[in-house]
Ligand binder design. Structure first.
Ligand code: AMP
Length: 321
């Protein structure tokens, strides 16, 4: 089993990484050409991108396999994020399948809560992903800076991700790695699901072991057979972490201890943080050990914790107009 460490607190696993050299078919190129960002809704003529099509600006962040830059597409004037991945790194880490899935899945999903992938191109050394710009950066960094979020803020983001996941699942895709590191904020503080590197087309129940330790659903750890309800579990972990600043099953002891907690433990709340009964009830409904007992994404959107804050936000929006 291949292990790809991503950061000290995150470890992802995959049994199915196959080393290949990235090549892009002419049919794929034609599909991408139709996805050129357009300014003001005007139709840009389909064209193939090269690095020359962009003015590249400052670095927005550094990823495991390359950097992400601010860039402007010259023809349309649209400002995007250009993710540059070195082919050497793709080969070295055997992540060709991951990259191909990321491109194929993310470019066809359309929802305000899913980071748009407008297209991609490549040269001798690099693959370039042309992504929607999310200037607010990673939710993870925001959480580190603020320690935890208010219930209103958390409810708003949980609603956004639940709604986006509904569309992801409707498209027969399982994300499998929902966590604050993979959620980006735009300029209006809206959350977007990014990084579809571990996602998969959900044709049937899967057995590949992947995702991030603290966010792994119990069924992935026990019999390894799972479906899209692993993303619903991860939403529960996310909600807990947003409200308390730490993941519900994490321990400093060992990986095995965290596994045991995920399978057996009911989350406890720290004494120094007030979490409302409504929030606890949502988290409990999402963190049901049996997938069949877990709340659906539709039910998340009408749960009192989410609905109360959504109604308040609508009121504030109306007052501001
Ligand atoms: P990644 O390689 O996807 O892990 O991205 C590395 C870093 O680049 C992230 O932590 C973000 O800070 C930044 N980044 C990635 N994608 C975007 C984007 N679409 N818009 C703005 N910043 C991004």
């Amino acid at each position: 089993m291949a292990t790809v460490p991503q950061s000290p607190r995150t470890v992802s696993f995959s049994a199915s990484n196959i080393m290949k050299t990235p090549t892009i078919s002419s049919a794929s190129k034609a599909r991408i050409a139709a996805k050129t960002p357009t300014s003001g809704g005007g139709a840009a003529s389909p064209k193939e991108w090269t690095l020359d099509s962009f003015e590249v600006g400052r670095a927005l962040g550094k990823g495991k396999y390359g950097n992400v830059y601010l860039a402007r597409e010259k023809e349309s004037g649209v400002v995007v994020a250009l993710k540059v991945i070195f082919k050497k790194q793709v080969d070295r880490h055997a992540i060709y399948d991951q990259l191909r899935d990321e491109v194929e899945i993310q470019s066809r999903l359309r929802h305000p809560g899913v980071l748009r992938l407008y297209g991609y191109f490549h040269d001798d050394k690099r693959v370039y992903l042309v992504l929607e710009l999310a200037t607010g950066g990673e939710l993870y960094k925001r959480l580190q800076a603020e320690e935890r979020f208010s219930e209103a803020q958390t409810a708003r983001w949980i609603a956004q991700i639940a709604d986006a996941l509904r569309v992801v699942h409707e498209n027969k895709v399982i994300h499998r790695d929902i966590k604050p590191e993979n959620l980006l904020l735009d300029a209006e503080d809206n959350l977007k699901i990014a990084d579809f590197g571990w996602s998969t087309i959900a044709k049937h129940k899967r057995k590949t072991f992947c995702g991030t330790l603290d966010y792994l659903a119990p069924e992935m750890l026990s019999d390894g057979v799972y479906d899209n309800r692993v993303d619903v579990w991860a939403l529960g972990v996310l909600c807990y972490e947003c409200l308390t600043g730490r993941a519900p099953f994490e321990t400093s002891d060992s990986v095995d201890e965290t596994h045991r907690n995920i399978i057996n433990m009911t989350p406890r709340y720290p004494d120094d943080v007030h979490v409302s009964d409504e929030a606890k009830s949502l988290i409990a409904a999402l963190l049901q050990k049996l997938p069949a007992d877990r709340m659906t994404l539709e039910q998340v959107l009408t749960h009192p914790f989410v609905a109360k804050h959504a109604a308040r936000e609508r009121m504030l929006d109306a007052a501001a107009q």
